[in-house]
Design a binder for this molecule. Structure first.
Ligand code: MG
Length: 250
């Protein structure tokens, strides 16, 4: 079931989203070769709590980290640890914030220092563009499949792969709620986009084949062929005046 949000509720999600954006900004300030992924999680948690929020991933279905940190062939759900980030690593940061009973959810990928290859840089650029093309399609009168089509076309036009196993989702009083927002065109569960829908659009894109699997830690999702993966995500509101990003600093 889809919960449509009032303007007041959207404001509350935006409040959680601003804290999230501040945490991401702080991570960017310390993200360099030599830091551990655990340090990034600590920085994020500090900022989130300082603003009266709670790091929404912590304890979610038993997840232990404050955020997700996924490196290179890791797509999503990497657990922060003492692992040290190296020059050229592609690091994906995914985080959620709970405040006043409402969630926000966003992700961003970075190449630390000098990119390992031109293709890695292209992967990052394309995934980000896919997210923004998806957001552009999130308009009243369109359907969920219009978002999916915009994302998929942007990715495949550059010869990259769209992960099928994980999808975007509604956000609100729950971190994950209906509807699902696939990054590929599927008629399954397709529905019209309506005023007050709040959704996380989150392309997960692979340099090679799109198939993924779970790593031995029971959490981390990795590409089956070991190729690089990138992930960009915003929580947005579908409004009569157009899509509104709720997880940025504006
Ligand atoms: Mg998400």
């Amino acid at each position: 079931m889809v919960w449509y949000k009032s303007r007041r509720e959207i404001e509350l999600i935006r409040e959680a989203g601003k804290i999230l954006a501040q945490a991401l900004f702080s991570i960017e300030g310390v993200l360099k070769p030599g830091v551990t992924t655990l340090h990034l999680a600590e920085v994020a948690e500090h900022i989130i709590r300082k603003h009266g929020g709670y790091p929404a991933f912590k304890g979610y279905k038993g997840f232990q980290g404050a955020i997700c940190t996924s490196i290179n062939e890791e797509v999503v759900h990497g657990i922060p640890s003492k692992r040290v980030i190296k020059e050229g690593d592609l690091v994906s940061i995914d985080l959620g914030v709970l405040k006043n009973g409402y969630y926000s959810d966003a992700a961003k990928s970075y190449i630390v220092g000098k990119p390992a290859s031109a293709r890695a840089e292209e992967l990052l650029k394309t995934t980000r563009k896919a997210l923004f093309n998806g957001i552009e399609a999130a308009r009243v009168g369109n359907r969920i499949s219009d978002i999916s089509r915009a994302v998929q076309a942007t990715v495949e036009e550059k010869g990259f792969g769209v992960v099928r196993d994980l999808v975007g989702h509604g956000v609100g009083r729950n971190l994950h709620e209906d509807p699902q927002i696939p990054n590929f065109v599927s008629q399954n569960g397709d529905r019209p986009l309506k005023e007050g829908m709040v959704i996380a659009i989150e392309p997960m894109v692979t340099e090679g084949d799109w198939h993924v699997e779970e790593a031995d830690d029971g959490w981390t999702i990795v590409t089956r062929d070991g190729s690089l993966a990138a992930h960009f995500e915003h929580t947005i509101a579908v409004l009569s005046e157009g899509p509104m990003i709720l997880t940025d600093l504006r």
